[in-house]
Design a protein around this ligand. Sequence first.
Ligand code: GAR
Length: 203
Amino acid sequence: MRRRTAILISGRGSNMAALIAAARAPDFPAEIALVLSNKPDAPGLAQAKSAGIAVAAVDQKIYAGRDEFEASMQILLDIHRIELICLAGFMRILSASFVNRWRGRILNIHPSLLPAFRGLDTHRRALAAGVKVHGCTVHFVEPELDAGPIVAQSAVAVREDDTPETLAERVLEKEHQLYAQALALVASGRVRIEDELTRIGFD
Ligand code: GAR
């Protein structure tokens, strides 16, 4: 049984597109059953729709507060019988109660090698810190921002002449591969959370 997966986006949706492409393989253990955006004009929504995926926008601006906004998202996730959530450039902080409800079933991709460079503007900050290796992380989501058991990471070497843009481009290529691999691991039941860490690869 392929796990019914929702992708939550806010913008461009290149990680979303990579997950949709990976899930086209018949033996991929997840199916993308819904793409949900908090911004109705997110370019990724149109792309998902033309790929034949169910899409919905829950416009945060029309809700009185975060509880109402998240309740609306939860209804859509229920209607589509979603089992796993992938945050893919979803730039909205989720409440502890939403995250706890999905604990162990909600993943995020972050453009740094966590726990380094949580938050925004990771590539510029990595260059300013002079790191020689940078990258991306897929992790289970916890209420604390950019924290949670790490499922997979991918590294890139930092070059002398890198700008935030050139570094972002190379990291993004890695993100696209990494997210599909991490989702496959989780959807196939090969990732277990133990003491806030993951154990991977058991049968
Ligand atoms: C990606 O680089 C993702 O890692 C990052 O936003 C970008 C979204 O691009 N996410 C975060 O910074 C979350 N804290 P995409 O819309 O093309 O996938």
